[in-house]
Structures are given as structure tokens and as C-alpha cells.
Ligand binder design. Sequence first.
Ligand code: PEP
Ligand code: MG
Length: 586
Amino acid sequence: MTTESNQNEIVLEGIAASPGVAHGPALVYLQKQLDVPCYELGEGLIDEEIERFERAILETRAEISVVRDKIASTLGEGEARIFDAHLLVLEDSALLEEVISELRQSGMNIECCYNQVAERYMSFFRSMEDDYLKERVADIRDVSRRLLHNLTGTQKVSLSDLSGDCILISEDFSPSDAADMNRDKLLAFATDSGGKTSHSVIMARSMGIPAVVGSHDATKRIKTGDQVLIDGHEGLIVINPTESRLYKYGKLATERKKRDEIIIKIIDQPSASKDGVPLALMANVEGAREMEHVTAMRADGVGLFRTEGIFLRHHGYPSESVQYDEYLAVAEAAGDNPVIIRTLDIGGDKTIGDQHVKDDNSFMGFRAIRFCLENLDIFKTQLRAILRASATGNIKIMYPMISGVGELQQAKNVLDSVKDELRAKQIDFDEHIEVGAMVEVPSAAMIVDLIAKEVDFLSIGTNDLIQYLMAVDRLNDRVAHLYEPAHPAVLRTVKAIIDGGRAAGIPVSVCGEIAGEPVFAALLLGMGASSLSMTANLLPEVKYFIHHVDQAEACALVAEVLALGDTKLAVKALEAFRREKMGSLA
Ligand code: PEP
Ligand code: MG
């Protein structure tokens, strides 16, 4: 939707995805496939073409080395290793010889020949059984893109290497793009498509980067270099904002800052309701580098460690030792507080390069525990790393996307076999490590009593639960209005899961995005959730709110809202309750 408020200023409306306001120059990032030119070379131009190829290889080599060094110094040697693999691909003599022989035989330009040979290599590796060899596809694709950009002289924007502060405008934004982002330079982002609970948005929220998604045509309306203001609270993208608008936003920022200063004062208080009923407030993280902030926000531990973050940053499957280091670093930073490590949840919108989980309808396809149970090498490597880290850290394991008891038992059997292996090698781990399941598939919610018998704790993943329960793709902005956390079906299901867990005597936490929304916090407290796990930034406000609510009031709110049986009325009641409790800070 568009409002033209004066000649220069244009306001586009989208979905408010990650709070915050930013103003700066736009960088339009289009991820469309590179058009590889194909033409016949004139007589006697072969040698010149080979020289051009050699120059592009040198240029690409230098580029990869610079990125490698940068990643090594910022993220560490482990994360940088992927670029060593890229250098090997770039200089692979068999591949290079094949390109030259293709050039001599076909008489076509070098981009065309290189592209054809690289495509052949990728389809060969893709057909291999061996996971390690399959992973090479992503390396070849990345290197060939880089080389082709250099050959064609087209510029590729590298998200890890933004040269100045900017606001990224893109058609879409994948979690692996988000993993590559240089958060120091990226002021905000806006996309044409996407939903509020897409994983790239969740990552933006945890990095404190304002975002607006689902604006439909931002990439068509905005040019690189345009001045843009992103309002992640209201879901607005303002192109060429006027002085008066900037002034208004400046005033709002001062007010928000004052409000945040009042809220943060509560941070050292225990996580509990006004009358002292405990409700642990934990953090959702993607890696160790967030832990400083998590500690500063006084989280009661990590309620959800989305381990895919490590895999996405690696553009592949990190070794056991890389994973071990990361798990241990998170656990050490958490101290005595628990860290719930969720096993790999790829698939859906999180794919690793060209990896074999990319399939149609992937949110309901080959994802999470389904992928792990069919890729036991990858699964066992992760479980070994987690178990070894549990020898020193307060770690728990959690399985994602469990749809039934059989699947859960299979996962537990794999865990038992890894434990046996470690025992045989006399490698230490926590013999009493707790195991939990995410309840995010409606079938698991329906049999929560049976699931609960198998585990030590449950955690409700409302992002997926809502998507599956309501048949609303969490990435699709066209149906975003149907993604309703306050829908009676959602509220009844969440309550039934909490009741089921409590009846079985195990704790139930909530780790989907609603856990960080104050309007839902009191409701979840009233329903009997044992903890809420959220992006650390949101924790102070949830804590402040909970401190102003008595348990009895929260229970009354649950009864009231459930009796309404209507989404809009429920939202109204929840909002009214929040306003009443937050007082002047509402
Ligand atoms: C969820 O589905 O609510 C959840 C926490 O997991 P993710 O968002 O990673 O799918
Ligand atoms: Mg989920």
C-alpha cells in the first residue's frame, strides 16, 4: 500500500517485523540469478579469452582471501575454514582444464564454458550418496558465482562486507543472508515479501535491527542511494522523509529512550509475578556471540538455542569440534543457568546452500527431526558435540518438529547410541542430561499426554504451531492477516499443551515469538507456563509487565479471553489488560 504525502516523500506500508527506527541511504539488493552471457568468439581470440580467465581467477582468489581473513578475525578460524574450501574449488586443476578444453572445442566465450562445466560438476556431486561430497555443491556454486561476477564485470553485493551504513531493500531475505549480514553497517532492512515469524526476521529482531517486510514493491519504488526511513514499530517505509517527519521521529525516539530507561530498572529483580509466582524468562539465541547481551538482560538461561545459526554461518555442516566449542561457549556464558540446545532444524526457510533438504512445500516437508533421522551422521555428530559440552555445562537437549511418539523414541534411541559410544571411549558427558520436545505440530499437541511421558520437559513453538494449526505459511505476506496468535483455536491448543504437561508433572515453556510479546505474557503466566523464552531485547519489558500482574489476575484473564471465543475481542481484552498494567508506559 502507498500513501504519497507530498511530492518527494513516499510512504510504503508493510508488516512491522522488527521494532526500531532507522534512517539512511538505501542499498537495493537483488538476488536474481546472474545472466551468464553466451556468444561465439571471433577467429584467434582463444588466447585472449584464456588470459581474461586467468585474470578473473586471480581477482577472485584475492577477494576470497580478504573475506577469509575478515571472517577469521571477527568470527574465528572455524568459521573461516569454508573459504579455504572455496580456494580449493577455485584452483581445482581438473575443473580448470575442463573449462579450457570446453573453450577450445566449442569456441564459445569463457563465462559460458565455465558455467557449463560448473553446472556439470554440481549435478555430479548432487547425485552422490556421500554427504561430504554433496556439500561441495554449495562451494562450487558460491565460487562460480563470484568468478562469473568478476568475468562479467557485474558487482555482487556482499552482505558480510557492506562498505558503509545502509538500509537494505530486497525482494526477500533468507536466513543465510541474515547470517552473513554485517550488523555494524546494516541500519535496517525492508523486503517485498516475507512474514513476521520468518527466520530472517527473527534473526533481525535478535540483532536489534529494525525491519519491515511484505511491502510488495519496495524494490521497485526505491533506488540505491535514496534516503529511506524504516519504522519497524508501525511497519512503514518512508522514501525521502521530510524534515518535519524526521523531527517527529526524533521526538518519538527520545520518548522511547526515556521509557526504556524506566523499564530497564527492573532488570535485576527476580522473574516472577507481582505476588511472587516464578516465571523464568529465558533467551532465544543462535550462537555464543549473543551471550554477552543475554547476560546483560539477566536472562534465566537459554530457553532455545537455534543451532541452525552455526550451520548457516558455515554454509555447510560444521565439524563436531566447531559445534562443541560453540555449545560450550554458550553454556559457560550462561553459568549455572540452563541452556536448552535444540537439535538441527533445517528445511523450511532455512536451507544450507544447495543442500538436499530443499524440496517443495518444505515447511511441511523434509525438515528438522525428519531430516536428522535420515541423516544420522549429521545428527550423531551434533549429539556428540552437545553431550560432550554437557560434561561441564548445564545443558538440555530438545528435539524440534516432533509429530508423534515414534519419532521421539527414534531420536532418543539415536541419543542412547551416541551415549554408549562416548561411554565406550570414556568420554565424559552429563549422564542425567534432560531431554525435551518442542510441541509445534498439531498432532503432537493432540497427544501431549503421550509425548509428555517420553520427556523431561516441553516447549511450545508457537511460530510453527500457529502456521500448521491455521494453515498459514509463516513466510507469506498475502496470508499474514490470518496468522492470529489470539485465535481461539491457538489459545485453546496452547492451554491444552500446558495442562497436559502439568498433568504429567513436567514443565512447559513457550519459546515462539508470542513469548516476547507482553500482551501474551500474562495470559501464558495464567495458563501455567513455567518459562517464556524470547529474543533477549524483549526481556526487560516482559519482566516489567509480569511484575505488575498478580497470578490470580492472570488466571482471570485466561478465563475471560477463552470465554470470548473471538480473535478480535481477545486482542482487545489483552490490549486493555496490558494498558492497565503498564500504566503510563503502555
Ligand atoms: C517456533 O516454531 O515457535 C519456534 C520457536 O521454532 P522456529 O521459529 O525456529 O521454527
Ligand atoms: Mg519451530
